[in-house]
Design a protein around this ligand. Structure first.
Ligand code: SF4
Length: 302
């Protein structure tokens, strides 16, 4: 069993373990403020997919220090490093004047090795790309793009608010600037078949972004998806189904693509379904055990 997982990749590259510090740049999202929508993506909770992010009222330096302290309390004293992760909402939605100082502040911490910025592909205008290029010369910058699916029907249903070519252009522009891209894909979106999900994953494989996050669809409180779920309009995946789909996806991904995540990341306190996904450690153990049994190998179906 082998797949190119993030923690091995980081350990090899940095010779130590890197931990993510969830930071909040105080942004909103064009899919929420009326620019391309008011209600956000159908699955997105009020926190803009940043349910573990820090207190957005605090300056970045303080958020960073508090996040480090929380991690250090749980760790034995060892040489560690950090990824400053701007996860909540759309972190390139704003002017360069507003954003660059925030990112610089996070990067300025000597223990921060990587700056990771989650955003939408339609929020990467030329001046923002130039800023990312400047930052990438100081420390590696990762840009995480929420694609979720390549299928227009599902994209409409989830109210993603941009078309596939926008993603393609963003990936190209970032690659030209030698900035690593990580694509988010959601498995289990309503109406999608296993073939649909695989087609999305294969597409991402062909774009050869540096990494991919495979996320199980979570139904969270405070989302329109929760309403649909309660009305019985769709069902979420079982753990067995999810493992089968994951296996298929991994076998179809290029070997050099780093897999940043194999499950979802929804906060347990607002998780409605599937309930089994709430115990992340147990789920990961089961997935690894099954993968070992089936001798899953990334890229074996290519
Ligand atoms: S683009 Fe991101 S932050 Fe905006 S509504 Fe969709 S999931 Fe939420």
């Amino acid at each position: 069993m082998w797949y190119n997982n993030l923690s091995d990749y980081l350990k090899q590259k940095y010779n130590k373990k890197l931990y993510k510090l969830a930071l909040d740049a105080g942004r909103t999202c064009p899919n929420r403020d009326g620019t391309c929508g008011n209600r956000g993506c159908i699955f997105c909770s009020g926190s803009g997919s940043g349910d573990f992010a820090a207190n957005r009222q605090l300056p970045i330096g303080q958020q960073l220090a508090e996040a480090k302290e929380r991690i250090q309390k749980k760790l034995p004293a060892e040489d560690v490093g950090y990824i400053a992760y701007f996860q909540a909402f759309t972190n390139t939605y704003g002017s360069v004047e507003e954003l660059e100082p925030l990112f610089m502040e996070a990067m300025g911490d000597a223990e921060v090795e990587i700056l990771s910025i989650a955003t939408r592909p339609d929020c990467l205008q030329e001046d923002i790309l130039d800023m990312l290029e400047r930052l990438n010369r100081i420390k590696p910058v990762w840009v995480e793009l929420g694609l979720q699916t390549i299928h227009p029907k599902t994209a409409d249903y989830i109210r993603r608010g941009y078309d596939l070519p926008v993603y393609d252009r963003a990936v190209l522009a970032l690659k030209e600037r030698e900035i690593d891209v990580i694509t988010h894909v959601i498995l289990g979106l309503p109406g999608e078949t296993v073939e649909d999900m695989l087609a999305t994953v294969e597409y991402v494989g062909r774009t050869r972004t540096q990494g991919i996050k495979l996320q199980l669809l979570h139904v969270l409180e405070d989302t329109d998806l929760a309403q649909e779920y309660r009305e019985g309009r769709f069902e979420t995946l079982t753990l067995d189904e999810y493992i089968d789909i994951l296996e298929l996806c991994i076998r179809h991904l290029p070997k050099d693509m780093v897999i940043h995540r194999l499950t979802g990341d929804g906060a347990k306190r607002i998780l409605i379904a599937p309930k089994w996904s709430g115990n992340k450690r147990m789920v990961m153990n089961i997935i690894r055990r099954e993968f070992a049994k089936r001798d899953v190998e990334q890229g074996s179906a290519l």
